[in-house]
Design a protein around this ligand. Sequence first.
Ligand code: ADP
Length: 163
Amino acid sequence: MIEVIRGDITQLRLDALVNAANESLLGGGGVDGAIHRAAGPELKAYNRRLGGCPTGEVRISPGFKLPARWIIHTVGPVWHGGDRGEPALLESCYRNSFALALEYQVRTIAFPGISTGVYAFPKDQAATIAVSVMRDYEDRFERIIACCFSEEDERIYLNLLRS
Ligand code: ADP
């Protein structure tokens, strides 16, 4: 079941939430900053030992002070116009997040709009990729949540899920 929720992903009580991280995994702006603030300083200390994460790949940490049990950190591609493999890399972020979630027996999971903030991936195209991978994994999870921060994002996801 794919759900659309509008709000702050850090407030969700789930088995896992996905973080749109950067390659350092040590925190940044946007959703990454919000997750690090809400999880507390232990997250940064833990991630230091992970030694970073290449674009398109995933790493996992505990949720620390978050209500979510796990944080799956993935690094989305920076949008450079679309001819540098950005769509395939974004798809890898979603697929690799689901694969790692399954290894950790995650049944409920939420995603932000990976790469659609500072990394400037076009929102419609990003949501189309997200929803198509979510549909592939729908049967293996109890809840898959597209966590939208803006009304525009919510509208994009609701339209895609209706079609
Ligand atoms: P990126 O660097 O991958 O583009 P950003 O954090 O800049 O990541 O943005 C990714 C998406 O997360 C954007 O759609 C942004 O509006 C959204 N976002 C920012 N803060 C939160 C939050 N607390 N909860 C859910 N989504 C958020």
